[in-house]
Design a protein around this ligand. Sequence first.
Ligand code: LR7
Ligand code: MN
Length: 586
Amino acid sequence: PDKAKFHGHTDKPDHLPGPILEVSNRIEQGEAAGIPAPVLQNIQPHKPPNLPSPQDAAERMRAEMWFQEDERKVVRGLGEGGKMVKLSGEEGKLAEEVMKKEAFNLILSDKISVNRSVPDSRDPLCKTLHYDQDLPTASVIIIFTNEAWSPLIRTIWSVINRSPPRFLKEIVLVDDFSDRAELGEKLDLYLKYRLPPLVKLVRLKERHGLIRARLAGAREAVGDVLIFLDSHCEANDMWMEPLLQRIKESRSAVLVPIIDVIDDSTLEYYHGNGRYFQVGGFTWSGHFTWIEISEKEQRRRGSPVGPTRSPTMAGGLFAIERNYFWEIGSYDDGMDVWGGENLEMSFRVWMCGGTLETIPCSRVGHIFRSFHPYTFPGNKDTHGLNTARMAEAWMDDYKRLFYLYRPELQQADYGDVSERRELRNRLQCKSFKWYLDNVYPQKFILDEDSVAFGRLRNNATKPDICFDNLQRNEKSPYNMGLYTCHSFTSSSQFMSLSKNGELRREEVCAEVPPTPGMPTQRVRMVRCHGRRGNQEWYLTQTGHVVHKPSNKCLDRAYKQSMDDVFVADCANTITQQWLFDHYNSL
Ligand code: LR7
Ligand code: MN
């Protein structure tokens, strides 16, 4: 159902197979030769400027004023090769002020050429691969809402400059109802006078959010393959060929490039050693995470530059065969603004017969911002609501674990998901359990991969006291805490004793630092390593929880609420007797 409305988008271009690369080169060569930019525009305007009407001439003047103002800010060579730049003095202070609003360094971005080069971050092995002369064409879809000017324009040029002209069918920009002045007429004129005709613009008439914005772009697109990008990216050398090649081989493969980091403050284009990268995972709270490639997958893919299966994708940067995009259910158009669509598409693609793969020789930089520099209409938790829709449609009974983390969403008005359930039926998709078993077997299922789970309680004194993360940051090592037991099952008090002896939460495991001789020691929580050792515990019939390597027992030691958890020499004391809410087996 087409809920998006367009207005005033540019006509479809004539898709002439033109040497797009040369267009941009011409600008650079011209500028280098000292020919001022406005003159150059006569070489490749959208429409030949024969006998301009006075109105056209005025428009043209306006456009040139805008563009020259931008060009005056640019410092030649700055940030070339993706090098970091640090602004100092007054300018540095201004840049920091602006970052508070834009969530990235716009002052610096404006000083760096929109055509800058980036370091080739690929694994050297990529240069030994060959791509067919004959590949499907691509429509690159770039959605934005109130994106700042220079990163948006740089995204566009990076695609034009580094995609083979014969495969780049078009670039479809989708403006999700921006109200930033420069994204109005100035952008129209930039398309008209500066960009090649294959760049088109769709403007949405109301704010739809990134999900429906992408749908609107996909409806416009005519290329064989859709490639979606965020509006603050820089495509790297030969980023497109490996994506098209893989889709030619397997049309149901949904592909992501390796996402390189462009620093939000220095605009440095980071590149690691070329080989190391992570794939996508998720948390039960419904968030995308980065995870290591499993050993099994490393063996299966054969080569470090081979397509690497990924349980999920980050969501913003991916390629999919155009017809397959629609067949497999495109997007849930009931999702608003931001969040959730990435896991929805990931689960759906895997469960309904496709694959999700990282293509290591395709690399695209992305500016990671620490907050959203745009509004959320109605101040809704769209990530939560969208993810509830996803969970209701795709996670079967495992949605219980999502709601464990997000109990408030169970009652929330996330709308009607019957269409998505029908889609799932129609496509005869597999179960979420199949997905967990086959695509993401290393994912820890809190209550299934455990011998005991739930609150972990000690009742030596009233009130009962429970393991509790005390709202501490679980991403960095922290000490496990104690707090008065909640009367319900909550994520902050949820513990598992896993089948391989870990006393753990979703990602972190209890450890005791090896410092012999100490009578009591704090229990630390660190990332689970899955190799038992210092992370191995067991339960006894007497309710003791024993740390195997040190032979010490969890001990409440009459500590008060809000205190850390300790181990002590095992003894027959009530402060060492613990009870889980549930036991699968003992
Ligand atoms: O209402 C909106 N309308 C839009 O058009 C909100 C956003 N947008 C545009 C926005 O201008 C941008 O181009 O949508 C794009 C994504 O928004 P960001 O850049 O604020 O999102 P993000 O990069 O923080 O978040 C990641 O997760 C999102 C979940 O909904 C999307 O899938 C983003 O595309 C995705 N970005 C990436 O995957 C890039 C790599 C980041 C990682 C990990
Ligand atoms: Mn982004």
